[in-house]
Design a protein around this ligand. Structure first.
Ligand SMILES: Nc1ncnc2c1ncn2[C@@H]1O[C@H](COP(=O)(O)OP(=O)(O)OP(=O)(O)O)[C@@H](O)[C@H]1O
Length: 490
């Protein structure tokens, strides 16, 4: 999984800035359109009278993007995240050519298809079928090419008879279905997706994501979303836009974690100085190489086994005493919080607190955290998450949800240990990271004191080759022949 763009960029954004003109009064727009022209006409007269015709602007400039620069390699999937108003849509529209940058250059190689807003590009008065032709021609398809694909497009959209109704009668979900169906059939090289997919129903979303995952194998995708889980799961890299600037660019997981930390700290009213944004993981080359190797191994091992080859379950090799299965990441991990408590250390052991030497899933384990209280505290909550290599939380719990009392009162200077004992599910082979956090308050309303991303990691070597993230013990599996009925035989 490349962290840097490939040699030939599919999208190149150089020093791009965009200013919108903001008019305080609607009449100012008219004044701005007319007055400078009139002044230009009157300039010879003004010169003859020895007067200067000074320019007056009836607008103020609002810079939505400032000196943006990044590249996206061919075949790369990049996420764009950021708060409302950070400039994401402006950037996407510039990439699609529907907006021109005020300064700077943008190059996009190949055929670009975009899913920006709901049904964007559709004429509401035309039927869905007419809009398919309209949209496909804008995306570079001839009428014959569109005709050849029409049935597939209509089948993909799956909106029934609405295809011959005007688009203005569509629900937002229907419009997005049709827009996606067209985009999926125009042989695009670059796909630009704004939040649009969030609109469809769950079934259609699954269909779109299946298609998107396939598209990524040969095309370039720029995916803009507030759904960080999806960004982490489909994007290799991400860009965090903040007030028109690139605030951070890097592996999707690191950028999303830093952004989450920032958003949560803001919600808690913490000054930015308290938020320690994720450090670049340059110091942990060995660990990241190992993680990459482990991820590759996971991919191979997680491939669904063909039913015919359903091999007997093999037990994993015996533990090698010298080989670590738990990796302390404390020096590497990023964190944020008020600082009123500190997670000094977090680790995992077998249920009897002995070291774990080999993990397959289904063993009884304990996650421990040693916490230093730095300020007297009411209602502390300690919790943990086990996350997969894409940063998606798979399991976890906290002391609030489990109703676990703390020794009271909790005073500054005290240390406490928290221990969560549970049975690990059967996880797919790969490396998992554990986040630990201490807050105080309730689940709905709390102050985060220390959120420690990836406090430690552990490797799982699963004996199960069923291609799923979490396996469960099967109660039973049965196969039965069903009696043939008369009309099935011949
Ligand atoms: N036509 C416009 N005229 C003036 N200001 C605009 C215009 N379009 C956008 N803006 C401003 O530019 C900034 C960036 O807007 P943009 O829509 O690109 O942000 P965004 O990150 O896509 O937001 P969201 O997540 O809410 O869609 C915002 O402050 C917005 O108010």
């Amino acid at each position: 999984m490349p962290d840097a763009p490939a040699a030939e960029a599919s999208i190149s954004v150089q020093d791009v800035s965009k200013a919108y003109f903001v008019y305080a009064d609607p009449m100012d727009r008219l004044r701005q359109a007319l007055v400078p022209r009139l002044k230009r006409l009157a300039r010879p007269l003004a010169r003859a009278l020895g007067r200067g015709a000074e320019d007056h602007r009836y607008y103020t400039e609002f810079w939505a993007l400032r000196k943006l620069g990044f590249e996206v390699g061919c075949g790369e999937t990049i996420g764009v995240i950021g708060r409302n108003g950070s400039g994401k849509s402006t950037l996407l529209q510039i990439l699609c050519g529907t907006l021109t940058p005020t300064t700077g250059n943008v190059t996009v190689r190949g055929r670009v298809a975009a899913l920006l807003e709901l049904g964007s590009g559709f004429n509401p008065e035309y039927t869905g079928r007419e809009n398919v032709f309209l949209n496909a021609s804008v995306l570079g398809l001839t009428r014959e090419e569109t005709e050849a694909r029409l049935e597939d497009i209509i089948a993909f959209a799956d909106i029934g008879d609405f295809i011959d109704q005007p688009v203005k009668t569509y629900s937002s979900g229907m419009a997005v279905r049709l827009a996606f169906a067209v985009v999926a059939h125009v042989d695009a090289d670059v796909l630009i997706v704004d939040e649009a997919l969030a609109v469809g129903d769950a079934y259609f979303q699954q269909k779109c994501f299946r298609w998107l995952r396939q598209f990524r194998e040969q095309g370039t995708v720029l995916f803009c979303s507030h759904d960080l889980g999806t960004v982490m799961s489909i994007c290799q890299r991400a860009i965090w836009l903040d007030r028109g600037h690139v605030r951070m660019e890097g592996p999707a997981k690191d950028v999303c974690e830093a952004y989450t930390a920032f958003i949560q700290a803001q919600a808690m009213g913490l000054p930015e100085t308290v938020v320690r944004i994720a450090k670049p993981r340059t110091g942990s080359k060995a660990a990241s190489e190992e993680a990459a190797a482990s991820a590759e191994a996971a991919k191979e091992e997680a491939a669904p086994a063909a039913p015919a080859e359903a091999a007997p379950r093999k037990l994993p090799p015996p533990p090698e005493a010298a080989r670590p299965v738990i990796f302390d990441m404390l020096d590497e991990s990023s964190s944020y919080g008020s600082g009123d408590a500190e997670i000094v250390k977090a680790w995992m052991t077998a249920a009897d607190d002995s070291p774990l030497t080999w993990i397959t899933g289904e063993e009884d384990v304990a996650v421990h955290a040693l916490i230093r209280i730095k300020k007297d505290m009411d209602s502390p909550i300690v919790g943990f998450h086990v996350k997969d290599r894409l940063g998606q939380p798979l399991l976890g719990d906290n002391t609030f949800a489990t109703g676990t009392p703390f020794p009271a009162p909790l005073k500054a200077g005290q240390d406490v240990t928290v221990r969560f004992a549970f049975t690990l599910p059967w996880l797919a082979t790969g490396r998992y990271a554990v986040t630990v956090a201490i807050a105080s308050g309730t689940l709905d309303n709390h102050v985060q004191h220390h959120w420690l991303h990836d406090a430690f990691m552990f490797d799982v070597h699963s004996p199960h080759r069923n291609g799923v993230m979490v396996a469960v013990p099967m109660g039973s599996v049965t196969v039965e022949r069903v009696a043939e009925t008369a009309d099935q035989g011949g």
